[in-house]
Design a protein around this ligand. Sequence first.
Ligand SMILES: [Zn+2]
Ligand SMILES: [Zn+2]
Length: 348
Amino acid sequence: MRTVNAVAAPSATEPLIRTTIERRDVGPKDVLIDIAYSGVCHSDIHTVRGEWGEIQYPQVVGHEIVGTVSEIGSEVTKHKVGDRVGVGCMVNSCGECEYCVRGDEQYCSKGNIQTYGGVDPADGTITQGGYSQAVVVTEDFVLRVPESLDFEKVAPLLCAGITLYSPLHHWKAGPDTKVAIVGLGGLGHMGVKIAAALGAEVTVLSQTTSKKVDSLRFGAKAHYATKEPETFTELANSFDLIINTVSAKVDMGAYLGLLKVDGTLVNVGAPSEPLGVPAFALIPGRRSWAGSMIGGIRETQEMLDFCAEHGIHPETELIGADGINDAYERVLNSDVRYRFVIDAATFA
Ligand SMILES: [Zn+2]
Ligand SMILES: [Zn+2]
């Protein structure tokens, strides 16, 4: 075992504090990663505050991790010392069920092992995330980070990027499709960039027009304010695919009305209360309402390679270990353009 510096939540109600945690010895199939940067995801905040269920404290969160391989196990073949690598929201799965076999490890029938707050099959401990100096992960769940991607900015692709790439890919966003992204935050801004690079015509649906300049800069053709009722009449029956990144309750019937016949609305935002869906928003247009969760390992690698090929980077603000609590408040106030990234050198 090795002891590394980290920042952890001591309880659901206290600020995060500096501490140390143990990382397991590098097993035959394991990779030791010296973490360089770690993204701050809204899920981190929900988790440490116990809003998504009880957790064990202290808990280190963070599931947008990039770093450099510093040690490999004797049977590792996919990575070598010195490689730039990344780890996203999961660090293992059963590897045998139909979903794992086809590369959809995120939907593993036994449940994937989350990067933090999961039970590590290697040693039965609770997994601890990326707000730390180093992490040990089995090689199959470690991604290659292409050289052309800016290391300081790339970490948010591992959660926000794949969360948008996977549904855009699955529902075939491309040159002949009209896509709407609801909400222009950490998730939404990645959706705009990726959908535009896939060739889709992209519209942003945001509460106000305050971020319109950014929407257009990220590749959107249009930006509409959802506070204006006429937006919903003007855009009725317009989109093949709508991705809703908002994690607050919205009027689903109004958004479903924006879909063309056979269109699909995909929720990736997760409000804590149920969303009411009127059946008559679906039936007359043979519309679908769906959900999607991150992406498989193969698809995550494909997303990283796609972003490298198209020069897609998240918009980030770099912070230090002592700035995480302030960053959480700013995330909750939607005061970040568009993702915080922690410089892991500051955990020293
Ligand atoms: Zn996340
Ligand atoms: Zn499985």
